[in-house]
Design a protein around this ligand. Structure first.
Ligand SMILES: [Fe+2]
Length: 568
């Protein structure tokens, strides 16, 4: 039932009074520093995992006295940015057990609809968020941005600012490496640009991982991206430790006092589920994040976990072809693999136009001198990849689009069982291609930093890999997917720099796959932004700015004097 804001205020005030709070009065005085200290939404707000009638809303409460507190948080979601027509609201309690994070999953929303949401806690009001449910039925067109690999000390999160600035996205995908586990200086030193991660040492314990997410979420561009778009995320290795697999990681070292892997993995998973706007698929099994999203009759998006859930250990080297081709090894585990096949068949049988597979690491072959270049990606699990391709082939599943990140560079390629044999794959016509893959550049992690060497390496890689249509190894950015029933087009947008705050970007190239062809063509150019007329964007506090590395207090400054909504 929709209620007006007037009624909401009344309900909110009365129900709030009924909840015993240990500390409620602190933080509202005339001293500006105290006000900033008391502002409880220092880590922003977020939404995620949209379905056609539900969406996760997220925030986190910071209070100067929160050690012992249970904190009541009011949430509300409305169909208008003025929050006049509230469609769902409630109060939840958060506490130290969940690091004062807040996650609600309101139901009963309308499909394909833009909503607005906010939180109230400790007498303060959060910024206003914007989000969107998934559509049902006939869907003509969708726009999805995806990116990965955001390393806080390595540089500014300008790419998140660019994503936030786009108004025409239905959802944003983050394919992993949302945080990096390293100590400052090991893989990026944030000292010179005042982007030192917390804790300053490598994350190992639950408290470490929580602090790391908290520090990342103080980034204004990241907060803006979350505030303005729903995210669908999966973890990769650095949410745990470098080159993780189900039973360990290259960068997990018990001999250095890092304890056992099981404990560390559980800590990393708990912090991820607390801090990310993700819906836990199975309450009994927090390790499972593979899940499905249906965008009407246009796309089924299957999000995989090729990192933690069922991945066997990486081969020792690219020369270890016995391990690489061992049919008993898996990158995803048998359960997830069966699920994937069921979903592909079900999607195809329902007549959904496109099957997108969102996952962590490059699926297609990347060989140099006839050998895999990186056995941490699907090239190290060739038998598993072959099973997926056999299934697509045997079941005659068309229009599979694979999305990947992890490799800090940009790629577009045809996917076939053996792209190196001209009898099975024709690079000129795309004959023999069974699917296509697009790989996003990173938000800030490094590829090949010397642009001349990067260009030389890209040319060399293309000369060795005929199925690669686009390779760029130097730039940061994101990929925009523009999807219709006729074609899926991927467009690469690169940030000008990560060395200074900047929202300059350039469109670089676009590739498309026409429905039914299962191979790539160069596209004519960028699709035009779709105009979005939304009052939300006319409110100053919701616009992205170049402010960096500080909590977003704009909402607080403008509203604190009048935000008596939930003050008892
Ligand atoms: Fe990465």
């Amino acid at each position: 039932m929709a209620i007006t804001r007037r009624k909401f205020c009344h309900l909110a005030a009365s129900s709030y009074l009924a909840i015993p709070l240990i500390s409620q009065a602190h933080g509202r005085n005339d001293d500006n520093h105290s006000k900033i200290d008391a502002y409880p939404f220092k880590h922003g707000i977020a939404s995620g995992d949209p379905l056609n009638n539900r969406i996760i809303l997220w925030t986190r409460i910071t209070s100067p006295h929160q050690e012992h507190e249970r904190i009541a948080v009011k949430w509300m979601i409305a169909s208008d940015p003025e929050m006049e027509t509230v469609v769902a609201d409630g109060i939840v309690i958060t506490n130290a057990d969940r690091d004062y994070t807040v996650k609600v999953d309101p139901r009963g929303l309308q499909p394909g609809t833009t909503y607005y949401y906010k939180f109230h806690a400790l007498g303060y009001e959060s910024p206003l968020g914007r989000t969107k449910t998934l559509p049902v039925g006939d869907v003509e067109r969708l726009r999805i941005a995806f990116t990965s690999c955001s390393n806080y000390p390595y540089g500014y999160f300008n790419v998140y600012g660019l994503i936030a600035r786009r108004r025409d996205l239905d959802v944003v995908l983050h394919l992993g490496d949302y945080i990096y586990e390293y100590a400052n200086g090991v893989y990026g030193d944030g000292t010179a640009i005042n982007r030192i991660p917390e804790p300053v040492h490598e994350t190992v314990t639950l408290n470490d991982y929580r602090q790391r997410y908290a520090k990342y979420r103080t980034d204004a561009n990241l907060q803006a991206a979350h505030r303005q778009h729903a995210f669908i995320t999966v973890w990769d290795d650095h949410e745990f430790a470098n080159n993780a697999w189900s039973g360990g990681a290259q960068n997990h070292n018990p001999e250095l006092g890092e304890g056992d892997w099981k404990t560390r993995k559980a800590a990393a998973i708990k912090a991820y589920l607390e801090w990310m706007p993700i819906r836990q698929v199975d309450a009994e099994h927090p390790t499972r994040i593979y899940r499905k999203f249906q965008f009407g009759n246009l796309i089924d998006l299957l999000m995989l976990d090729t990192r933690i859930y069922g991945r066997d250990k990486q081969p020792a080297s690219p020369d270890d072809s016995a391990t690489i081709n061992d049919p008993n090894r898996s990158i995803m585990g048998a359960e997830q693999e069966s699920w994937l096949y069921e979903q592909l068949s079900d999607s195809s049988a329902r007549g959904t136009r496109w099957r997108f597979i969102g996952q962590q690491v490059m699926f297609g072959q990347l060989h140099t001198f006839g050998k895999p270049f990186n056995v941490d990606q699907w090239d190290g699990y060739a038998a598993n990849r072959q099973r997926v391709l056999d299934y697509i082939d045997n079941q005659a599943i068309d229009n599979t689009v694979i999305l990947a990140g992890d490799i800090h560079s940009s790629w577009a390629m045809d996917i076939s069982a053996n792209p190196y044999n001209p009898n099975t794959y024709d690079a000129l016509t795309g004959a023999g291609s069974q699917a296509v893959e697009f790989v996003t550049p990173p938000v800030s992690s490094p590829g090949i930093e010397d642009p001349v060497k990067a260009a030389q390496m890209a040319a060399f890689v293309r000369s060795q890999n005929p199925h690669m249509k686009f390779v760029e190894l130097n730039k940061r950015g994101y990929v925009l997917l523009d999807i219709t029933h006729e074609r899926t087009q991927a467009e690469w947008y690169f940030a000008e720099t990560i060395k200074t705050p900047s929202l300059n970007e350039s469109f670089v190239t676009a590739f498309k796959t026409l429905a039914g062809t299962n191979c790539l063509l160069q596209a004519e150019g960028a699709s035009q932004p779709i105009p979005v007329d939304d009052e939300y964007f006319n409110q100053d506090e919701n616009e992205t700015t170049e402010k960096e590395n500080t909590a977003d207090l704009r909402g607080y400054h403008e509203r604190s004097s009048s935000s008596s909504l939930l003050t008892p």
